[in-house]
Structure formats: C-alpha cells, structure tokens
Design a protein around this ligand. Sequence first.
Ligand code: CU
Ligand code: CU
Length: 340
Amino acid sequence: MKNNVSRRDFIRAGALTVLGSAGAAGLARATERANAAPVSDEEHGDHPTPTTVGVVDHVKNGFNPTDILTDFDYGKVSTLPNGQTLREYSFAAVDKNIEIVPGIEYPAWTYNGRIPGPTICCTEGDRIRIHFTNVSAHPHTIHFHGIHPFEMDGVPGAGPGLIQQGQSFTYEFDAEPFGLHLYHCHAFPLARHIAKGLYGAFIVDPKEGRPAVDHEFLMVMNGFDVDFDDENDFYAVNTIPFHYQKEPIQIKVGEKIRVYLVNVLEFDLINSFHLHANFFHYYPTGTALEPSEFTDTIMQAQAQRGILEFSYKFPGRFMFHAHVTEFAELGWNGNFEVTE
Ligand code: CU
Ligand code: CU
C-alpha cells in the first residue's frame, strides 16, 4: 500500500504499453472509467462497481471459479488396518500461465495447475496422505495448518525440507483439529511462493458433522502482483477478478448457505468480506460449533479464515465484496443471484 500511484499508473498505462492486447486495453478503459469521478449511471450500465471487458479463457486456465466454489475433494478413500479412514491425494507443483484478467497472463506457480489448489475435505481423525511431486522449476513444499509431527511441517529444515525439482515426498498426518484451515508452500522467499499461487483450503469436519445446509461454497480471497513490485494489482475470490459479478452465484430465497472463507492475500495486511442486504453467523477458524458473531462484515489478516452461514430473505441480485473499497474496485466483488 506504500505506493498506490504507481500501481494505478501501471493499470492505466502500463498494461496498454507492456502487454498491448485488446483485453488489456479494455481493462484500462474500465479502470479509467472507475477512477474518473463521478461516473454516470449510463456509463456504469448494469454494474454498481467497475469491471473488466470480456472474459478470461477458463478452459485454457484449466479451472473455472464457479466450479471451484463446490469442488470439494475427499481424496481416494480406503480404511487402514486400525479402522482409521485414509484419504490419499496426489499433488504436483506445476508452473503455469494463468489468464487473470482478459489479456493478461500471469506466470503462476500452482498445485495441480489450479489456483487455489485442491480443496482437501475430511473428518477429524482421518489419516491424510499427500503424494507430492515437484515438476516446477523451483524448490517447493506443502505446509499444512493443523496439528502434526515436526517432520510433516513442510518447512525448510523439517523432515525432507525443500522438495527439489523432480523430487517427491509423501506428507502424512492425522487431521486435527476440526475447522477450516489452509495449506501453502513454505519455501523462501515466502511471500513470493504464496503470491505466485501455491495455496489451498483444508477443511476438517467435526466427527459429528456440521448441520445440513443447501449449499456449501469455498471462497479463497487472493490477489495478483502482475508487475512484481510486491504490491497487488488485482484482487479476487478464487483467483479471477470480477468473476462472480459476471457469473452470479445462484441461490434461492430461504436456502441455507455455508461459505468457507479463507484469506491468503499477500502484501496487503487486511482483507475483508461484506454481504449486502443480509447478516451472517461467523465461526472464526471453524473450530467451534457456536458462532462468535452475527454481522455483515468481517476482516481477516493473511491465513485467517472462518465459516459464514446465512439465508436470503428477499430475492434479488446482492453484492458481496471486500469492504476495503480499493480491493473491490480492482476485482474483489461478486453477486449472489437470489430467486424465489
Ligand atoms: Cu514454493
Ligand atoms: Cu500459513
């Protein structure tokens, strides 16, 4: 946040000259419009906030943020001789260009070619086994939040330490405590390895389960520093700025909604989530079954996470967005489309 002027300059002018694509031009136009005040209703069209022009190529990216909302991965399931449930996953660290906004490709580092990586789901006490192979150009690890032995901590100097290019390691531990956690690479420089895209959600259900709901959604709040000046140029939920503004999340009046919200944003100290025309129950870290708060806005520092539960009373198209307005205007905003 120390130099917003250069960041805005990049988006307004740099994107045009450096990348020179039609998509970048469209983005620059949209951003110019956003920065020119006041903006007429006519110019804004359907959008209560700025947006990008066009859409990214989800097929080429290999993932669509709409699918990531509900892509919960329970792994390959079997039972150990002691009766414990074993969940196995295969993770590969892969370098991959991801089209973040139309016309701008970001040279990302990913787990399994997607950002966020697979959403690991299990029940407290399950054995988790992750077969990790590094096929990227840099050493990486997987560091899980949760309770586990030292050698499984996924940091340099613990167990196998850094997993070098072409090498593999199997991380294995019991899932505890129940709650909403995350995993990420812990190679140094850490900020770069996280900001490049090496992270994902790790959901541990309590043994007795959580109350049934109609929809569960994963939302990972992230951002992208596309000019590598250690400041984010775009903000998003599940990687693609403005995605849920263009493709609103479809729900119905009265349906019970549960959102698993994780903040992995690098470089900015605080992120936030605000829900329009509604309030939600908030369970910080998901480690208790009673909510701590009934509110419409929460904030999270990096690696903070929590579970939100709510229903919509009225139909309509309702925004959800970072209440850090700058983030909202640079991509972190979306809509719930609520129908009868
Ligand atoms: Cu890494
Ligand atoms: Cu962490």
